[in-house]
Design a protein around this ligand. Structure first.
Ligand code: HEC
Ligand code: HEC
Length: 187
């Protein structure tokens, strides 16, 4: 039945591109931004500053990572103290704050253009919909990244003592598909 009604089904998602309105796309974007601007994401998505952040951990706002940690150009602190010294790569560890989070990927900062810390909804929206500034992803690729990234999975289940964004990585991936089907509106 659905195949008859919907000629353009977004691969694997069950989202019908023709039925998503601009308003629904904007509402999906607002939910995406609410996650992207949460400290569990912005503490790493810091743009071109060297230091990761320690916001939303009880140290106050605008507080950079303690112990003089810097990611530098390598984004893994190779030039000073490597992230892996404390953020050991390990699967399935539920590490409570204030210990260093550990995930099944090399803990590091994103490339500088994936800059969300302190950025407005309009700025993050423009960055995220443009493959030139989003690591080369189309909408399907972005949704896939959200479903498969160990960083994103950790952000939604960061362990005891850490606040977390509303929703799940699956809900966020679906919101990205809705937003994309509406033409990725920003405002
Ligand atoms: C000397 C040990 C040490 C090193 C080296 C280190 N970290 Fe951390 N990091 C910690 C600890 C401990 C915490 C937990 C703080 C808390 O929960 O109160 C932490 C937390 C973080 C957080 C915040 C997590 C959250 O809950 O939002 C980020 C982001 C982070 N580190 C990034 C990095 C990056 C990137 C590097 C390498 C450039 C790095 N860290 C190197 C010890 C370290
Ligand atoms: C520990 C650091 C870290 C945390 C925390 C983190 N990310 Fe990332 N993120 C990265 C890195 C590194 C990349 C670059 C791609 C890769 O290497 O996997 C990235 C890339 C991305 C991308 C790809 C495209 C783009 O334009 O940004 C998205 C989307 C993303 N992250 C979403 C999130 C969300 C949502 C959260 C919070 C729930 C989050 N990330 C938390 C490190 C992090």
């Amino acid at each position: 039945m659905r195949g008859l009604l919907c000629a353009l089904l977004i691969a694997g998602s069950g989202v019908c591109a023709q039925t998503v309105t601009r308003e629904e796309g904007l509402a999906a974007w607002d939910r995406i931004y609410a996650v992207a601007s949460h400290p569990r994401c912005t503490n790493c998505h810091v743009g071109d500053q060297d230091a990761p952040m320690w916001e939303g951990l009880g140290f106050g706002s605008g507080v950079p990572h303690g112990m003089g940690v810097k990611a530098d150009e390598s984004r893994i602190g190779a030039e000073s103290i490597p992230c892996r010294t404390c953020h050991v790569t390990a699967a399935g560890r539920d590490v409570a704050s204030p210990a260093a989070p550990q995930i099944d990927d090399a803990w590091r900062l994103p490339p500088v253009e994936l800059d969300w810390l302190g950025e407005s909804s309009a700025a993050v929206c423009a960055q995220l919909r443009d493959p030139e500034t989003n690591d080369g992803f189309d909408i399907a690729g972005l949704a896939e990244h959200l479903r498969s990234s160990a960083f994103v999975a950790w952000g939604f289940e960061p362990g005891a003592g850490r606040s977390k964004p509303v929703g799940s990585f699956e809900e966020m991936a679906r919101d990205v598909e809705l937003w994309g089907a509406a033409g990725s509106p920003c405002e």
